[in-house]
Design a protein around this ligand. Structure first.
Ligand SMILES: Nc1ncnc2c1ncn2[C@@H]1O[C@H](COP(=O)(O)OP(=O)(O)O)[C@@H](O)[C@H]1O
Ligand SMILES: [Mg+2]
Length: 239
């Protein structure tokens, strides 16, 4: 296979004196979807914070597209092609849908043509956002906010989209829509890291899975391997 787009090795991180990541290693290859699995508090969001430079890693290595990113500011890392749909969405609630989408927009470096994400393409992808384009963020439903958060991330024309708690707090019908969206984005060749509680859905979507337990990757493998080991799911995810 070609080079990994993202390469994480022996990542360590702490909050104050409390170390919470001890040894986290994983790769994301171009176009690949991986998951970080684990019960609450096992270090999935902390790993994401380190990827985006929101929390300084205290050890290990992170390479994006072959370049070290530890110590770099978040905006520099984002410019290398990473985009985040954060836990709790964190859209700008006092900006309109359209202002949210434009706020972080960045033209694609590689596709000058049809594959670049533009306002028009986001609106074609989610006609609902177009209908709501002049509404303020706080006026949207949870599902609309999540679509906006994904649309806003896509407007940076990322090569790797990271979703922390992709469907948390959404109605079942909206969750289905998000899963369909992620599958469709995968078909466009967009690499993803997806965190969610729905292991069944993640098995269908992702190529590889990394199980975190107390800040360490304790198991990794592809969907077939995880399906063949229901005890792993039971032991580490409690489902
Ligand atoms: N801002 C913070 N300050 C101190 N400890 C934190 C903070 N955020 C998370 N933690 C702790 O770090 C550990 C990992 O948390 P987190 O990465 O959020 O887990 P996950 O996303 O897998 O649920 C937990 O023990 C959690 O309590
Ligand atoms: Mg979390």
């Amino acid at each position: 296979m070609n080079q990994p787009y993202l390469c994480v090795r022996g990542l360590q991180a702490s909050y104050g004196r409390a170390q919470v990541l001890f040894d986290v290693s994983f790769d994301v290859f171009p176009g690949q979807v991986i998951t970080l699995l684990g019960r609450n508090g096992m270090g999935r969001s902390t790993t994401i914070k380190c990827l985006f430079g929101m929390l300084p890693a205290t050890g290990g290595a992170i390479e994006v597209d072959g370049l070290q990113t530890i110590g770099q500011p978040s905006h520099r890392i984002a410019r290398r092609g990473l985009a985040l749909v954060p836990e709790g969405r964190q859209i700008f609630t006092d900006l309109t849908v359209e202002e949210n989408l434009i706020a972080t927009a960045r033209p694609s470096r590689s596709d000058s043509g049809t594959n670049a994400w533009t306002l028009d393409r986001v609106y074609t992808f989610w006609p609902r956002l177009k209908e709501r384009r002049n509404n303020l963020g706080w006026q949207l439903s949870g599902g609309e906010q999540q679509m906006l958060a994904i649309g806003r991330a896509l407007m940076t024309n990322p090569r790797l989209l990271v979703l922390d708690e992709a469907t948390e707090g959404l109605a079942p019908v909206i969750r289905e829509e998000i899963w369909r969206t992620l599958a469709e984005l995968k078909r466009t060749g967009l690499a993803q890291i997806v965190i969610d509680k729905n292991v069944r859905r993640l098995l269908g979507l992702a190529d590889r899975h990394y199980v975190l337990e107390k800040g360490r990757v304790v198991w990794h493998g592809d969907s077939d391997a995880l399906r063949a080991q229901p005890d792993i799911v039971h032991q580490y995810l409690g489902v």
